[in-house]
Write a protein that binds this ligand. Structure first.
Ligand SMILES: Nc1ncnc2c1ncn2[C@@H]1O[C@H](COP(=O)(O)OP(=O)(O)O)[C@@H](O)[C@H]1O
Ligand SMILES: [Mg+2]
Length: 271
């Protein structure tokens, strides 16, 4: 476990994950010190990749006086569609969460084909074959694969209205058609960074991204999660929609400039 105090004000706990869009070398950008112990209790930000059991991780860190910035409840609110959806329903594609894979009739009672299928937390690495379901037949096939997919099988299935998004030029192999989508990071309700979601592609622009950020700000205000990510995209009809929320501790920076993000975080922490 690497514990680093940035600019004498904020503790980050890091582990190198090996994902370039996630890892960040704080030492190159900030004055860093490495406390060997913490007096009392101090807030920290975890940058240790995906966390399988957040509650256990939280308790483990608390033994060292390190209190992760999001509580286990806030982590669940940020990560599980089942929890964030009811709070921001009007800003995101209509969705239904199931305890287990629904029968085809249950889907057809509420949705038109195609539908977007994912787990309450995530898709299987943006694989469109398992996410964009065009009809009954494909659903039957995907249902079988869902049950054995390592990422999907333990998650509650979510069926979402498929919303046509404004495509951007280019494809990323094995992933859904990229669209005008952005990721935004929120620290106690303030935007500390935002940027293109599809960082692998030539840069795309959108003239009214400010309207998307305003929607994301409202989402952050409703969720009240200390360190939150809100992903939002432009629909083909020209409206902004929230794709998903997440615990920012687990989120990759994608097209967001990490040094600037952490500078903004440190500015609000004060010191
Ligand atoms: N309801 C939807 N309709 C159409 N496309 C969607 C919908 N939800 C997500 N997408 C597309 O699929 C991608 C992956 O979905 P997302 O919910 O972000 O999964 P993950 O949690 O695995 O990142 C998004 O970046 C977006 O391009
Ligand atoms: Mg996503």
């Amino acid at each position: 476990m690497n514990v680093t105090r940035l600019d004498n004000r904020l503790l980050v706990v890091t582990e190198e994950v090996g994902v370039s869009a996630y890892d960040f070398n704080f030492e190159l950008h900030f004055s860093c010190s490495h406390p060997y112990q913490v007096d009392g209790e101090e807030v920290c930000v975890l940058r240790i990749g995906p966390i399988v059991d957040y509650e256990a991780e939280f308790k483990e860190k608390m033994k060292f006086g390190l209190r992760p910035v999001n509580s286990p409840e806030q982590h669940a609110l940020a990560s599980e569609l089942e929890q964030w959806y009811p709070l921001i329903e009007e800003y995101t594609p209509r969705s239904r969460v199931f305890d287990q894979l629904p029968r085809v009739e249950e889907i057809e009672a509420d949705f038109e084909w195609p539908v977007f299928l994912k787990g309450s937390r995530q898709t299987s690495k943006h694989n469109p074959d398992l996410a964009v379901i065009k009809d009954r037949l494909q659903y039957e096939q995907v249902a079988r694969r869902y049950r054995s997919d390592p990422i999907l099988h333990w998650q509650k299935p979510v069926v979402r209205e498929f919303v046509s998004l404004q495509p951007v030029p280019g494809r990323v192999p094995g992933k859904v058609q990229p669209s005008v989508e952005y990721r935004s990071f929120w620290w106690h309700g303030a935007c500390v960074g935002w940027g293109r979601y599809w960082y692998q592609l030539p840069p795309y622009e959108c003239s009214d991204v400010r309207a998307g950020l305003a929607m994301a700000a409202e989402v952050a205000k409703r969720l009240q999660v200390p360190f939150l990510v809100v992903d939002f995209a432009k629909t083909s009809a020209g409206e902004w929609t929230v794709i998903e929320c997440n615990d920012a501790q687990e989120s990759g920076y994608v097209g967001v400039q990490p040094a600037e993000l952490w500078r903004n975080v440190l500015a609000t922490v004060g010191g």
